[in-house]
Write a protein that binds this ligand. Structure first.
Ligand code: SF4
Ligand code: SF4
Length: 390
């Protein structure tokens, strides 16, 4: 083992001009050297085939590979060198640590990357600020928080233009910040992944892997490991419910915006309107998905992932659950005097999500999708052009 570490160090020294690795990146590079000699897990996910294309693991390689890992746990449970073996190989854990650093390093503007260090506090403060904003506005606008005169129409509490004025700038900034972070990430990992441009087949393959959560199937279709050696598809299914539930809610809001501006059809919409169907199905899926992910997360084996990121992961799941539950409660309670209170709760939670989007677990989907795209591009290059080809 010591010999292997010495060889790794020599290889890095020979590289000259290589950007210094952080502790977690260096540990990932060490483990990848062992895996590259072993290659037992080659069929488990995209990370291992991508690893075999390399002889050395520099900063960009490590960030790329870390974001290809879906933390399914399969390679930890299969590994003969996992702790307590002296090699102490725990790929899901070290990759999770590097991913955490990716989010921080590529946050935009860079100074706000620090928000990842105290993410649960940031989330709590954002939620408190969102709730305070809408509670104060409801009171200031004279309707109060317990009001039977609003007759099921939330625009009687907050006018449409006020809501657009509050949410649109925050949402657009979040998109800009995520886009800039992603741009810098791709700029760094692009040259490390052949530098070739994305083609349509590569983009389609990456999109399919994202939409199916292909690499949460453990490589054999039976799923991930969660608390023990047994395979389970639960994480993949709950993740799907969360993702598609969120997308349906987003589609409902986007369609409602089109109705409002293009056709002059004002909310509220009720069943069987398309926005209401999308919102209701999406809200229920999001609630079930996040409740399931919370349950599984609490039961996960402690060696999976990075324990330091647990508050961020659970906080994000809880916020999505609150958004879906309060949205459905708002719909069910729209004809009651509690509507204003429920609306404040829902809007405050959505505002907290928008405020923290570029500095929370939300970012993982963007970085993982970008890594999968580069993987689909890289694997299409001639083998002879890649340094670690067999
Ligand atoms: S995780 Fe373990 S078994 Fe899998 S390739 Fe690495 S060293 Fe080999
Ligand atoms: S934890 Fe799963 S996704 Fe991550 S490297 Fe191991 S097998 Fe691949």
């Amino acid at each position: 083992m010591q010999q292997l570490e010495a060889l790794t160090k020599d290889a890095l020294d020979l590289g000259g001009g290589i950007i210094a690795l952080s502790a977690s990146e260096a540990e990932a590079a060490r483990q990848l050297q062992v895996c590259n000699a072993c290659r037992y897990c080659e069929g488990f996910c995209a990370m291992f085939p991508a690893m075999t294309q390399r002889l050395m693991f520099e900063k960009a390689d490590v960030h790329y590979l870390a974001n290809l890992c879906h933390n399914c746990g399969a390679c930890l449970h299969a590994c003969q060198y996992a702790p307590p073996h002296e090699f102490a190989i725990n790929v899901p854990q070290v990759m999770a640590q590097v991913r955490g650093q990716t989010y921080k390093d590529y946050a935009w503007p860079p100074a706000l990357g620090k928000l990842y260090e105290r993410n649960s506090l940031v989330l709590t403060l954002a939620l408190a600020a969102g709730l305070a904003l809408f509670l104060a506005l409801a009171v200031a606008m004279g309707g109060g928080l317990w009001n039977s005169a609003v007759s099921g129409n939330f625009y009687n509490i907050f006018p449409h233009n006020l809501l657009v004025g509050l949410f649109a700038p925050v949402f657009l900034f979040a998109l800009l910040a995520l886009g800039m972070g992603l741009r810098h990430f791709l700029r760094d990992i692009g040259p490390a992944t052949s530098g070739a441009s994305a083609t349509t087949p590569a983009a389609l393959e990456a999109t399919s892997a994202v939409l199916q959560l292909k690499y949460l199937d453990g490589g054999h279709g039976e799923g991930c490991n969660n608390e023990d050696d047994k395979f389970t598809l639960s994480r993949r299914r709950f993740h799907h419910l969360t993702f598609y539930g969120f997308m349906l809610c987003f589609a409902a809001t986007s369609l409602a915006t089109v109705y409002h501006y293009a056709f002059g059809w004002q909310a509220p919409y009720d069943l069987p309107s398309v926005p209401k169907i999308l919102g209701t199905v999406g809200g229920v899926a999001l609630m079930i998905g996040t409740a399931g992910l919370w349950y599984l997360h609490r039961r996960r084996h402690p060696l999976h992932g990075d324990l330091a990121q647990k508050p961020m992961d659970l906080g994000f799941i809880a916020l999505l659950f609150l958004i879906s539950a309060s949205g459905l409660a708002l719909w069910l309670g729209r004809a009651t005097p509690a509507m204003a209170l429920l609306l404040c709760l829902h809007l405050g939670a959505v505002m907290a999500l928008f405020l923290t989007m570029p500095y929370s677990k939300f970012a993982h989907g963007f970085f993982r999708s970008a890594a999968l795209l580069r993987y689909a591009v890289e694997k299409r290059q001639p083998k002879s052009a890649l340094p670690g080809a067999d």
